[in-house]
Design a protein around this ligand. Sequence first.
Ligand SMILES: *[C@@H]1O[C@H](CO)[C@@H](O)[C@H](O)[C@H]1NC(C)=O
Ligand SMILES: *[C@@H]1O[C@H](CO)[C@@H](O)[C@H](O)[C@H]1NC(C)=O
Ligand SMILES: *[C@@H]1O[C@H](CO)[C@@H](O)[C@H](O)[C@H]1NC(C)=O
Ligand SMILES: *[C@@H]1O[C@H](CO)[C@@H](O)[C@H](O)[C@H]1NC(C)=O
Ligand SMILES: *[C@@H]1O[C@H](CO)[C@@H](O)[C@H](O)[C@H]1NC(C)=O
Ligand SMILES: *[C@@H]1O[C@H](CO)[C@@H](O)[C@H](O)[C@H]1NC(C)=O
Ligand SMILES: *[C@@H]1O[C@H](CO)[C@@H](O)[C@H](O)[C@H]1NC(C)=O
Length: 366
Amino acid sequence: MLLKSLLQTASLLPLFYTITSAQTACNNSPSLCSKAYNNITHLGAHDSAFLRDQSTSFSTAGNQYFNTTTQLAAGVRLLSAQIHKANGTNGGSEWHLCHTTCDLLDAGTLAKWLGEIKAWMDKTPNEVVTLLLVNSDNASGNDLGAEFTASGISKYAYAPPAPSKPPTTWPTLDSLISNNTRLITFVASLGTASSNYPYLLDEFTHVFENKFETTSPGNYSCQPDRPSDVSGQPLEALKSGRMFLQNHFLYSTQLFGLETPNTTYIKTTNGPTGTGSLGEQLGECRNLYGKAPTFVLVDFFNVGPALQSIDGINGVSGAVGRQSVSAEILEQGVARNDGTDKGAGVKRRASWGVLVLATGVGFFML
Ligand SMILES: *[C@@H]1O[C@H](CO)[C@@H](O)[C@H](O)[C@H]1NC(C)=O
Ligand SMILES: *[C@@H]1O[C@H](CO)[C@@H](O)[C@H](O)[C@H]1NC(C)=O
Ligand SMILES: *[C@@H]1O[C@H](CO)[C@@H](O)[C@H](O)[C@H]1NC(C)=O
Ligand SMILES: *[C@@H]1O[C@H](CO)[C@@H](O)[C@H](O)[C@H]1NC(C)=O
Ligand SMILES: *[C@@H]1O[C@H](CO)[C@@H](O)[C@H](O)[C@H]1NC(C)=O
Ligand SMILES: *[C@@H]1O[C@H](CO)[C@@H](O)[C@H](O)[C@H]1NC(C)=O
Ligand SMILES: *[C@@H]1O[C@H](CO)[C@@H](O)[C@H](O)[C@H]1NC(C)=O
């Protein structure tokens, strides 16, 4: 009764609507809706589809404990993947998500993965998602575009007015959401662009990155590394209109120079404080550029939790609509709390056997 009579009071209607719209969240927070796409920091799952879980026998080639759908549900908004040409079932070739080679870790077809992302976006109309596809076997724009069409995700794809150069301004999350063009896709690199698929954007036309092969927590650098025309030149990188992608993951170097994610230090790597922590490196890079990075890529995103530092730099408190996930190191399905590596030995050796075979070194390792 009271509510009804209040609503009938015309003078209160504007207030009611203001409250309602203020509660609409974009990428988990109402405070992000009016911000430009490039003015917020998007948390990225590095090698999103390469899992270290039951499905891969806890492969050391895996970079995430949770699958792409769970990453998105938990708050990840950038997904990176490597695209490789693989043998299809009917004698032809197919585009697959593989880690370095399809013998090491094959996470299935690109179209199937895009379909998984589309299914999540169908249910979450206020979320803007970014893809970063590493084009390992030089797929053309037409090859990749066909996969986007087949999966149905192309209906969400955003094409800037002039895809071949950085725009002076990017749209706000609100406007991407209201137009339902909520998928931004970068390809590294798009050898042969296709005017049929103007939403496939060449990564290094729009984005610059710091170096990614860091093996010591004291050795991260915020300096531009790629593309080469702005390498080592932060002011030039900013002036070019490109957005900054901060790589923030640590490798362990193994025999033969092979590199796998370092999980023994991951709590600090993805945590708020400490040498080589996400929290401190975000601050350092923001100081260098006078602006927070637009994208950050991490391994094992749940640990840290990485989102704590991302929310901090976005000024977000009380994020809504996120699935909560364990922040633990999940080796063989068991949380490893103490920062040591026990219990993972057998499976690790098993997957190294595969890796050594795949690289053709012909060396038996235990
Ligand atoms: C984006 O940030 C720039 C400053 O870096 C500011 O001038 C601009 O108004 C912001 N735009 C939006 C829509 O967030
Ligand atoms: C992702 O993981 C969740 C939780 O383990 C599972 O329920 C879901 O089926 C998985 N989704 C896909 C597409 O594999
Ligand atoms: C495709 O199959 C052929 C013959 O089995 C093999 O030599 C080749 O390496 C395979 N290519 C890929 C990309 O897996
Ligand atoms: C990629 O493919 C295009 C044509 O399909 C070719 O012109 C270009 O040289 C290729 N690039 C590389 C790096 O192989
Ligand atoms: C949204 O659609 C309108 C009408 O087609 C267009 O003018 C506007 O530029 C679009 N905005 C974005 C962010 O694409
Ligand atoms: C860290 O950086 C220093 C200085 O550039 C270099 O000498 C050292 O080799 C690097 N260490 C590693 C593990 O990359
Ligand atoms: C991971 O990095 C830490 C910090 O540098 C180091 O102490 C540890 O040995 C590394 N772990 C592996 C498996 O390389």
